[in-house]
Ligand binder design. Structure first.
Ligand code: ADP
Ligand code: MG
Ligand code: MG
Length: 901
């Protein structure tokens, strides 16, 4: 019989760390912590398989099936805690928590203090001699259960959480400010009001039976797997919908039992910088999510962290020590245990851990550990540090790099000189590093209102996720380094400043006020997530530097890669940048822009509008010197490496003059009438230019274009050779589907090269090959490979033509397709391995079967996307090519592919 429930407690566990698929990350680690002697309250995990079953056969049948196992597991918890679930004298209270395979922080729901009702609250009060604590726990339970299970949520974005509104009303009536200022009677009143609100809004009474509460909560966790924010997060992080979540049920421990209790969140290293310093935040007399919810401002765990915090906040040492002491000062003994435990956990997992702990009356309990989310910079530093420390080997260090996350390190920071003149208007916590500048929006669902927006909120919540993703940066008025905004922003690698207390936000008028200064929606502000500073206005940014630990990771990539990484570059500048990132050659140099700049467009238009070969040749002769100079520049910038130059590709009509002034200019230039020009322009109109007169179809109808371009390239290379610069041009014919289309072009190129060599009396090495981007070319790749010296897969067009999606129009339906699960992701960003991938593989196999020497690469957008790079490695390509700023990402992905294969 399949086992559905795994218990843990008192140093024993049925599960362990490597059972994440079945138990979820949280459940597997709760089990593991028990096994390595870390104090964890007893409990059990209902497997992810049950979630899948729940989603297919429904609640009734699923619960019937797992009931005996759940009852037995609850009995074990009762035994270990010497309490009884539903016992009126000595009640057992539970937490019910979600936990998927991959960590999805704050994405799903948690219920604490389950088992509370009017009777158990009294016995808990008597048992502990602490009625305030008992009632505080009760009101939290009604609030969480109401929220999670009975769906008492705000109905629209302007509305606040209904329970928080009730709390604020009562605080106002009592004239107090903090939750902790409410006394027992106040809490009793809250429970009464909460329940009345539940009845009013749902028409149902709040359930008193603990078992009903437990099954209701288990169902709610399973249901939460399908809530929109969890679904959105999965899409963002590419987590499959089929995985499901586990449910963790665990005996409660209480951080809200008074001043010798508390709760906190900690990291074994700095999640922002990667520095090896233990850090975190805690609150005395608090429970559960209080620390992350941003309701009270949490305190620092370590003394050094506390001092740093005070400095940033401008708090004096006396004030800090008296009012904001670190845990290290407030509870030295607990701090010592916590510090030992964090070291033990990091040594055990050999990675930075993110811990949740609770202190109940002077005893420490761990409630969670996981590999902590981190910024790209921290990811690199931690991997290198652990490697140099000897905890992990170099392959493991390289594998720890999430290639996509390197993107953050490749992004701009503020220009130091621009920063000097900037006016600082507020300061918060440096929650997630980087620089951002943009226009203010106050609602997450309005983040797309401006091309560059900064989301400003009192605090963020999981509903804001999508907007946080769109915004360039996030500023919150409340919350600490572990607030929702901070954690999520670091996960996304997005600049965030949290807890900027001087920022007062009025959502209604859409204005924020900072020390008397008004900033309206749409105004520009800038954030520095590394210092916590907020500036007025727009500040220019500059590119980051690539040295230190980053360079060490790049060296490892170099050591372990099989494929080379080239870049797509159309200018010497792009080529130079890419070389600095380690590009070994150019995989795609487009020549289009060489026809547009300045005077060139006139010559190009003259060529298009000419009706005779003679006329075209005359115009092309004007273009030749420009092109030759461009090629010299780019070949020189990439000297020593191959440079693939694509012949003219875009539809002809793109070059045609559409405005009358331009048409007039051309008429004068060519000595023909305006009407003749208009008629010519008209005749060039196409219904579907992307499938029209473009690519090698141009070269085949006007061979003199190919001839001119080939001459410009070869002459450039010869000139460079005479200057002692070594170059390897690779001339690429675009958009072929038929080997003859290619062959005719290749013949022209070879003939032209021969002529140039004769004229110049010297030779250079060059290759001629083709782009594989029309499905027919992949199907006949063996025929093509007999003629071509290289293939470069142009997966943008290949995707477009294989799926029949126009790249320029797919935006209208792609989102819907992804939402409906028709597509897993955007096929123009992530290679469709199932479909397009088959054509690529066939093209490679057929090509190599006919020509074992064939050099093969990819030059579509996909060449810089890690999963697609891994695919390219698996089919045996020689190189991938991508935009300059993606080169380091592709290099790491290529090396990882080779290691993992
Ligand atoms: P998330 O996945 O959002 O972190 P958790 O399941 O970890 O949610 O629960 C949130 C918080 O609830 C925890 O950080 C912890 O503080 C509190 N909590 C969970 N279980 C218990 C428990 N058994 N006793 C006390 N507090 C708990
Ligand atoms: Mg947690
Ligand atoms: Mg193309």
């Amino acid at each position: 019989m399949t086992k559905h429930v795994y218990t843990f407690g008192a140093g024993q566990a049925e599960g362990k760390a490597d059972m994440k698929n079945l138990l979820g990350g949280k459940g597997a680690n709760l089990a593991e912590m028990n096994l390595i002697g870390v104090p964890v309250p007893p409990g059990f995990t209902i497997t992810t398989e049950v979630c899948t079953m729940y989603n297919s056969i429904g609640r009734e049948k699923t619960f019937e099936l797992i009931k005996p196992e759940v009852e037995a597991a609850v009995a074990l918890v009762e035994k270990l805690t010497e309490t009884g679930f539903g016992d009126n004298e000595n009640p057992c209270l539970l937490s019910v928590r979600s936990g998927a395979r991959a960590s999805m922080p704050c994405m799903m729901d948690t219920v604490l203090n389950l088992g509370m009702n009017d009777v158990t609250v009294e016995s808990l009060s008597k048992k502990t001699g602490n009625p305030r604590f008992a009632w505080d726990s009760y009101r939290r339970f009604v609030q969480m259960y109401g929220d999670v299970v009975m769906e008492m949520k705000p109905k629209n974005k302007e509305e606040r959480d209904p329970f928080e509104v009730i709390i604020d009303e009562l605080k106002h009536e009592k004239g107090v400010e903090l939750d902790t200022d409410l006394n027992t009677e106040d809490l009793q009143e809250l429970v009464k009001r909460f329940k009345a609100a539940v009845r009013k809004s749902t028409g149902k009474d709040f359930p008193v039976d603990p078992w009903e509460q437990l099954w209701g909560s288990i169902a709610a966790v399973f249901n939460s797997w399908n809530n929109p924010r969890a679904a959105y997060y999965r899409r963002l992080e590419q987590i499959p919908d089929e995985w499901g979540t586990a449910v963790n049920v665990q005996a409660m421990v209480y951080g809200n039992m008074g001043d010798s209790s508390g709760t906190g969140v900690a990291f074994t290293r700095d999640a922002a910088t990667g520095e090896n310093v233990f850090n975190g935040e805690y609150l005395i007399n608090a429970q559960g999510e209080d620390v992350v919810a941003g309701i009270r401002t949490p305190l620092e765990i370590t003394l050094s962290g506390s001092k740093k915090w005070a400095e940033l906040q401008g708090v004096s040492e006396e004030e800090r020590a008296a009012q904001f002491p670190s845990l290290e000062e407030a509870m030295p003994e607990i701090y010592k245990q916590l510090n030992e435990t964090q070291q033990r956990l990091e040594d055990h997992y050999k990675d930075m851990q993110d811990l949740e702990f609770t202190i109940q009356e002077g005893k420490l309990w761990l409630l969670q550990t996981r590999n902590g989310k981190r910024t790209g910079a921290a990811m690199v530093k931690i991997a290198v540090d652990l490697m140099e420390q000897g905890a992990i080997d170099d392959k493991t260090a390289l594998n720890r790099i999430d290639a996509n996350k390197l993107d953050e390190l490749l992004h701009p920071i503020f220009d130091v000189s621009a920063l000097k003149n900037a006016e600082e208007i507020a300061r918060g916590l440096p929650a997630s590093p980087g620089a951002a500048t943009g226009q203010v929006v106050f609602f997450a669902d309005e983040a797309a209102k401006y091309p560059q927006s900064i989301l400003v909120r009192v605090e963020t919540s999981p509903e804001d996720l999508e907007g946080m993703h769109i915004a360039k940066g996030i500023l919150t008025a409340r919350g600490g380094m572990t607030s929702h905004a901070a954690v999520v922003a670091r996960g996304m690698g997005k600049c965030c400043v949290s807890g900027a207390g001087s920022v007062k936000i009025n959502y209604k008028t859409r204005v924020m006020n900072v020390d008397g200064k008004e900033i309206k929606e749409g105004d520009w502000i800038s954030l520095d997530g590394s210092t916590g500073k907020v500036y007025e206005g727009k500040i220019s940014t500059k590119d980051p530097e690539m040295s230190g630990d980053f360079a060490k990771i790049m060296d490892l990539a170099e050591k372990y890669t099989r494929m080379n990484v080239r870049t797509n570059a159309d200018s010497p500048n792009d080529a130079t940048v890419a070389r600095q990132f380690g590009a070994k050659g150019i995989g795609l140099c487009r020549t289009e822009h060489m026809f547009f700049e300045g005077e060139r467009i006139k010559a190009m238009r003259e060529m298009i509008l000419s009706t005779t070969e003679k006329g075209r040749r005359k115009a092309l002769d004007k273009l030749l010197p420009f092109q030759r100079a461009d090629f010299e520049g780019i070949l020189e910038a990439m000297q020593g490496y191959g440079v693939t130059i694509r012949l003219l590709d875009p539809p002809l009509h793109e070059f045609v003059p559409h405005e009358e002034a331009n048409q007039k200019e051309m008429a004068d230039e060519m000595g023909i009438s305006l009407d003749e020009v208009k008629a010519l322009v008209e005749s060039l109109h196409e219904f579907n230019p992307m499938l029209g007169h473009r690519g090698c179809r141009l070269g085949n109808t006007y061979p003199e274009i190919t001839e001119m371009q080939a001459r410009a390239i070869i002459e450039a290379a010869v000139n460079l050779k005479q200057r002692g610069v070594e170059t390897y041009p690779e001339i690429m014919v675009p958009l072929i589907g038929n080997v003859k289309e290619y062959k005719l072009q290749a013949d022209i190129i070879h003939e032209t090269a021969k002529k140039v060599f004769e004229e110049k009396g010297t030779k250079i090495d060059y290759l001629v090959g083709t782009m594989i981007e029309v499905p027919r070319a992949t199907l006949t790749a063996d025929l093509v490979a007999k003629e071509a010296e290289f293939f470069s897969f142009g997966t943008n067009d290949l995707t477009q033509m294989t799926l029949g999606f126009s790249r320029d129009d797919a935006g209208k339906f792609l989102d819907v397709y992804i939402e409906k699960g028709i597509l897993k992701n955007d096929p123009f960003q992530i290679l469709d391995q199932e479909g397009v991938g088959q054509l690529v593989k066939m093209g490679v196999d057929k090509g190599r079967s006919a020509n074992p020497e064939l050099k093969i690469g990819i030059c579509g957008e996909h060449g810089g996307e890690p999963s697609s790079v891994m695919f390219c490695d698996s089919v045996g390509m020689d190189y991938v090519s991508c935009s300059p700023f993606r080169v380091p990402i592709a290099r790491v992905a290529a090396a990882q592919a080779n290691i993992r294969r």
